[in-house]
Design a protein around this ligand. Structure first.
Ligand SMILES: [Zn+2]
Length: 83
């Protein structure tokens, strides 16, 4: 496996989609290839940043309030003139 292949596999490794022989091969490569180690390190940090933003964009309570307000704003009066 060359560095390009390792980085492709490492991408899956970071996502937790790699196991067994593939994972071992990447880890073996990282032991002697400092460049790939750095690459994996920064890729992992980027992934973590993205993930933490996706997982907790906002406290749930506040989000619910905002959704309710948005719904109320767009809702016509409950008892409007009819007929
Ligand atoms: Zn490498």
């Amino acid at each position: 496996m060359n560095c390009v292949e390792i980085r492709r596999a490492a991408d899956a490794l970071i996502d937790g989609e790699l196991s067994g022989a593939g994972k071992l091969r990447v880890e073996e490569h990282l032991k002697y290839c400092a460049q790939c180690r750095q690459w994996v390190d920064s890729a992992r940090r980027t992934r973590d940043t993205v993930r933490s933003r996706v997982v907790k964009p906002e406290p749930p309570g506040r989000l619910e309030t905002r959704i309710r307000r948005a719904l109320d704003a767009g809702r016509p009066p409950a008892q409007g003139p009819r007929g």
